[in-house]
Design a protein around this ligand. Structure first.
Ligand code: C5P
Length: 310
């Protein structure tokens, strides 16, 4: 059978608010996530030998059973109950690794969609969503994509209802030598801010409602100027990583930048512009300084959907 190509796009957090701690040990979050046009690609060939094998064009990415692509395949196969199902998967990596851009989660979500199709499992999108939530907090968003409010661990999605993806330009940067462990960032957040966490569903719901009706969503609907962006993990990570401090300082110099923030648990950083041409102009303006400081940079657009076939 011919190979199937699946696109696995990156996300940024336009908002990441840590509300409190849940009984399951995860953090209760209120986020706005946005898909970008920066994507990895999976090529999947089905086999009947019961082996799910993964190769990657980056040799610093584990391709064993710890990779969410393999975990997704194993979960899907267990649910469908056909142990002879196999697949040979190749991953072309474009999204930086360990960056807070959900690259690994998006790869796993792409494997769920691609293998569900190739193996003819016939799982509905609601069933895929439930499996994605078992595998990782960001994975359901990666399936749906676009602009979404994400609550709970991050797996409870509410479409922002914008009609179309925001026309913003995004200048994304990451230092290739730095990466952040997500469990470390949340653990450190708890150490620093745990005493101030909100308590209970009523307080959480007030913050969710504030986000739904607040200035960020109004700005994304084009009704108000963009407010400063909030990422509660940024003040946790920034003191620890010089590259984050340096990168934020560089992006704040960009002409026309409407807002600057870290994505997820970092260390990738981004600046938003009124239109894509603004991000490209800022990239030209800052290219010598970004290069001198060793940053990689991408000019991106916001898109309206998550993983997709073809
Ligand atoms: O769900 P995922 O495997 O992506 O989460 C990775 C880690 O990040 C968790 O083990 C936990 O330490 C932390 N986390 C959290 N609260 C969340 C999401 C992630 O504490 N809502």
């Amino acid at each position: 059978m011919a190979e199937l190509l699946v696109s696995a796009p990156a996300k940024i957090n336009l908002h990441l608010e840590v509300l409190g701690l849940r009984p399951d040990g995860f953090h209760e979050l209120a986020m706005v996530m946005q898909t970008l046009d920066l994507a990895d690609q999976l090529s999947i060939r089905p086999t009947a030998d019961g082996a799910i094998s993964l190769t990657c064009d980056r040799d610093d990415l584990p391709t064993d059973g710890s990779n969410l692509v393999v975990k997704a395949g194993e979960l899907l196969r267990a649910r469908v109950g056909l142990p002879e199902l196999g697949a040979s998967i190749h991953l072309r990596k474009r999204i930086p690794i360990g960056a807070g851009l959900a690259g690994g989660s998006s790869n796993g979500a792409a494997a769920l969609v691609g293998l569900n199709h190739l193996w003819g499992c016939g799982f509905s999108s609601a069933q895929l969503h439930a499996m994605a939530a078992e595998l990782g907090s960001d994975m359901p968003f990666c399936l749906e994509g676009g602009t979404q409010l994400c609550f709970g661990r991050g797996e409870r999605l509410e479409p922002a209802g914008l009609g179309a993806a925001p026309a913003l330009g995004v200048l994304l940067i990451k230092h290739p030598d730095s990466s952040v462990s997500t469990p470390w960032a949340y653990g450190r957040c708890r150490e620093l801010r745990g005493d101030f966490y909100l308590q209970g569903e009523e307080e959480f719901e007030q913050r969710r409602q504030a986000l739904r009706s607040g200035p960020l969503l109004a700005a994304l609907r084009g009704e108000a100027p963009l407010p400063p962006l909030r990422n509660d993990l940024q003040p946790v990570v920034e003191p620890e990583l010089a590259s984050v401090r340096e990168g934020l300082a560089l992006l704040r110099q960009a002409e026309g930048a409407l807002a600057v923030a870290m994505s997820g648990s970092g260390p990738s950083l981004f600046a938003l512009f009124a239109e894509p041409a603004g991000a490209e102009a800022a990239h030209r303006q800052l290219s010598a300084q970004l290069e001198a400081a060793g940053f990689e940079a991408w000019c991106c657009r916001c898109t309206g959907s998550g993983v997709s076939l073809g």
